[in-house]
Ligand binder design. Structure first.
Ligand code: PRX
Length: 568
């Protein structure tokens, strides 16, 4: 019997107080995610239970019990407090998937500071705009990433501390840089946990939009109420599970379901700090005896590409429950996983902004491959008419996905960007920016995004950010960036570029431009293809019409071109 029991029964009298009660929380109490994920689990008698099984690509391994997690997060929290970091200060985690990332996250929360995890492959420009927006006080990083921080630190007087967790003493540290080694510190047994309340800010995750700089999605400690229960009912986590969430905590899946949810449930989780390879993943599942696996469609499609023969080399009978998030999970992937692993990947839909799973397939429910499933109990979801923002009533009609605000993990704002936040609400609904239809039985079917944001392998890339970075290259006069179809990543970044006079459109320059973006922004934002053009399609007011280029890439109708400049 799955944890949720019967979905139909659960939705009848659902109340989030179910989760509050299980967590021992009452309205007005102190609620601190750092404490819930470590101290509370120890108090419940699981101090010696394994919390984290960690390994990297070179075969190094480290294990942590819940008591180790409690002590390590205390130690990091105490160190930060000793530096003068206060509640509400933003502390960035700019780390690979090493233990300090997971332990530091809880340490930051324990002192009431705000955790700002950023993907460690970000280049200096991507890092800078996010730190500048948040006016981040401290950054916790590794030797290998310090150079990127050094490049931008002089533009950030508010960045008071650059903490290096693996300093080896070889090259001198500079002003504001400080070494911190978890292993060399005396563990802090008692840390005064900051008495955060439900509405205290906990995490700041940056996400990309169509226009403007990335937005800092602001979450609060009360989000735990959603994250705990969704993990229990959707991921079906149980006491003896070994859980593997493949997401990097630089992104919301890696924090909500890669730190907070499993540890608040006292579940053992494993982490592999290594790149993707089908063989390495299967070996990891076999070795760690993974029972519950939360991953993403691009990874699943890559596994499909690697074929079924390789699966047979491993004993994956430990697997019990599989789920996916981040992009559309095609029906073939659902059917394939059922055949090959004996369990179908269940699709879940949510966003950085929603903080927790919103639409989902539940264990035990009838699965319709290709559908995102139904709304989580307590989540009121619909599709809206794009003009009137009234719910569409006919099954099968495509509209904008809307959620009634009020679930615990809903973002509380975009950092310093009230106008964009407000623009997300219409007629009492929060609009996710995606389109879907709902069938007769209440299943949601994703049809696409409602903006130009590119979802490449589950990571959102802003065409605006890439275009702006392209313009900084000496050869680029104009550019337009759109999604291009891709077998594995669904979409990849493609750039149309008009060159300045004197530059020759050739393959060598294409590579140089690609690399320029990879270093400045990230490997994800790097265009996989650059097409040289003489000019770009524009509206009469001079705005580049990405949709014309997009339609060409996807072999779609271009639609109304009446405002196109070239038509004049
Ligand atoms: O477009 C939707 C897509 O990913 C977006 C959210 O991205 P992000 O904030 O980075 O969070 C990703 C992980 C929670 C959504 O607006 N998306 C997410 N899940 C699905 C999806 N698209 C289709 N099907 C899904 N299951």
């Amino acid at each position: 019997m799955p944890n949720i029991g019967s979905y139909d029964e659960r939705i009848k009298d659902f109340d989030w107080s179910i989760s509050e009660k299980e967590l021992g929380y009452k309205d007005g109490d102190v609620i601190n995610i750092g404490w819930y994920c470590s101290d509370r689990i120890c108090q419940m008698g699981k101090a010696d239970k394994l919390a984290l099984l960690w390994e990297n690509a070179t075969g190094r391994e480290k294990n942590y019990t819940f008591n180790d997690v409690r002590l390590a997060s205390n130690t990091i929290g105490s160190f930060l407090r000793g530096l003068g970091i206060n509640d509400g200060d933003r502390v960035c985690l700019f780390l690979d998937k090493i233990p300090e990332l997971y332990l530091g996250f809880l340490g930051i929360l324990k002192i009431g500071a705000v955790a700002q995890p950023l993907f460690s492959a970000f280049g200096d420009e991507s890092l800078y705009v996010r730190l500048a927006n948040a006016e981040t006080t401290a950054i916790i990083t590794q030797r290998k990433h310090v150079a990127k921080v050094r490049k931008i630190r002089d533009q950030m007087p508010y960045l008071k501390h650059i903490i290096v967790v693996d300093y080896d003493g070889r090259k001198p540290l500079r002003e504001r840089e400080i070494a911190f080694s978890l292993e060399e510190q005396t563990p802090v047994e008692d840390l005064e946990i900051f008495p955060t309340k439900a509405e205290s800010t906990s995490v700041l995750h940056y996400t990309s939009g169509t226009t403007g700089q990335p937005k800092g999605v602001q979450h609060v400690h009360y989000s735990l109420i959603s994250q705990y229960l969704t993990a229990k009912w959707v991921l079906d986590l149980r006491d003896d599970d070994i859980y593997w969430c493949t997401a990097d905590p630089g992104w919301v899946t890696g924090t909500s379901y890669g730190i907070i949810a499993p540890w608040s449930l006292g579940i053992t989780q494993c982490v592999q700090d290594a790149g993707f390879s089908a063989e390495a993943w299967y070996r990891f599942i076999q070795k760690r005896k993974v029972t519950v696996w939360y991953s993403a469609p691009t990874a699943i499609r890559s596994l499909m590409k690697a074929g079924e023969e390789i699966v047979k080399k491993f004993d994956l009978s430990c697997l019990r429950h599989l789920a996916s998030v981040g992009e559309p999970l095609n029906a073939e992937a659902v059917i394939w996983s059922e055949r090959v692993f004996g369990h179908a990947f269940l699709d879940t839909y949510w966003q950085t902004e929603t903080g927790s799973i919103m639409l989902t397939n539940f264990p035990g429910m009838k699965i319709k491959p290709g559908s995102m499933g139904k709304a989580f109990p307590g989540v009121e979801a619909t599709v809206l008419d794009p003009k009137t923002y009234e719910p569409l009533t006919e099954p099968g009609q495509v509209g904008l996905i809307g959620f009634k605000p009020g679930w615990p993990a809903m973002m509380r704002g975009y950092w310093n960007n009230e106008a964009t936040y407000k623009g997300k609400f219409h007629n009492g609904w929060y609009l996710s920016g995606d389109r879907s239809s709902i069938d007769r039985e209440g299943y949601f079917w994703f049809t696409g995004r409602d903006d130009d944001v590119i979802n490449t392998g589950g990571h959102l890339v802003s065409p605006f950010e890439v275009e702006s970075a392209l313009l900084e290259h000496e050869a680029v006069a104009e550019s337009a960036v759109v999604a291009k179809p891709d077998e594995v990543n669904m979409e990849v970044v493609k750039a149309f570029v008009a060159l300045k006079p004197g530059f020759e459109a050739n393959a060598d320059l294409e590579l140089k431009i690609m690399n320029f973006i990879r270093k400045k922004l990230s490997p994800l934002a790097m265009p996989q293809e650059i097409e040289y053009v003489n000019s770009l399609p524009k509206t009469r007011s001079g705005k580049i019409m990405r949709r014309v280029l997009h339609a060409k890439e996807w072999n779609e109708e271009v639609g109304d071109l009446s405002t196109l400049e070239d038509d004049e």
